[in-house]
Write a protein of this length. Structure first.
Length: 333
């Protein structure tokens, strides 16, 4: 299971922005290796297409196996990135907005945001940085040639940067990522099972998988998006992500959200308890990735969950880790 210490985060807008972010490091001159052709790869998560471009002489880009089902060809990009080498990445100088307690920190540089990656195990200063515009629509990723230069191919957004970029776009008014298992049932209805680590998300995902009548969007991370213009129920959609949990289940599909369930371990029997909307919204917030540094992003997410619980019923689901849990869900309808 991959977790962020005290994580926050955000967003999804699909308008492409042509103005690149200001590079953190100037392009390096006098390279002593033959230039390569431009390299471009892309993938799509929850309708956000991430496109990465490397200039001649830059890294040869690739995607990891976990992103293969999400690979996307040409088309409008929600996030556009230029990726290049840096012989040296300077220490960040902007305001610190968030410190993960791990390998990355987030800084503000004027109107831009800067993710900086640093590890004592690697040494020698930052090994990667991503400088993004204020809307997280475009940016520049710089990779340390000392750390990555020997690789024939590079995935520049290796975890957690890929997830961080998509999440930050969500807080710009389009949706939010939650810590949940997402299931599309036989009727195509989306069922969202929320839980902190150890609540049973992956266990429940395996039970649904063994039943063979459903599709698992993810056993750990689900993105919720809204469509204010959609008629009637189904205005909120849940999307699978590649950032799976212990069951390693992930699909690049979506389903209309029809039920929200807060997971708890049962004491003797399965049971469902309807939650009042105010508590349901609070429980959703506590199991989401929130931009604590961003007042507008927090306000949007709070309103988003308020609208969600007004439309979709939410229950506590106390379940046993066996097939009887699915029978209880079938009785619930």
């Amino acid at each position: 299971m991959r977790l962020y210490p005290g994580l926050f985060v955000a967003g999804v807008l699909t308008r492409e922005m042509n103005t690149p972010a200001t590079p953190l490091v100037e392009p390096q001159e006098g390279r002593d290796f033959p230039p390569k052709q431009n390299s471009t790869v892309g993938y799509r998560v929850a309708e956000v297409r991430v496109e990465m471009n490397s200039p001649p002489g830059g890294p040869v880009l690739t995607l990891p196996p976990s992103l293969a089902p999400f690979q996307a060809g040409a088309g409008p990009a929600g996030i556009t990135l230029t990726v290049d080498w840096a012989d040296e990445i300077p220490e960040p100088s902007g305001e610190v907005l968030f410190d993960s307690g791990g390998v990355w920190t987030l800084h503000r540089r004027g109107s831009q945001f800067e993710f900086v990656f640093l590890s004592p195990a690697i040494g020698g200063g930052p090994y990667k940085t991503a400088v993004m515009d204020g809307d997280f629509r475009c940016g520049h990723v710089w990779l340390s040639r000392r750390v990555f230069g020997a690789r024939s191919e590079v995935y520049p957004l290796e975890y957690p940067l890929d997830e961080l970029l998509v999440i930050h776009r969500l807080a710009r008014g389009e949706g939010v990522e939650v810590h949940a298992c997402g299931v599309a049932d036989e009727q195509g209805r989306g069922l969202l099972f929320l839980g902190h680590s150890g609540a049973g998300k992956s266990t429940l995902a395996r039970l649904w998988q063994s039943a063979g009548r459903t599709r698992i969007l993810s056993d750990d991370r689900i993105i919720l998006r809204g469509d204010a213009d959609a008629p009637g129920p189904g205005r909120i959609t849940m999307h699978g992500t590649p950032w799976h949990g212990e069951a390693r289940l992930a699909l690049p599909i979506s389903a209309p959200l029809c039920g929200v369930f807060l997971l708890e371990h049962a004491q003797g029997r399965n049971e469902l308890e309807l939650l009042p909307p105010a508590r349901a919204a609070a429980e959703l917030m506590s199991r989401s990735f929130l931009p604590f540094h961003d007042a507008d992003g927090l306000a949007f997410i709070l309103q988003f969950f308020g609208d969600l619980v007004a439309e979709v019923p939410a229950n506590v689901f106390r379940f046993l880790p066996d097939a009887s849990a699915l029978l209880e869900m079938e009785k619930h309808g």
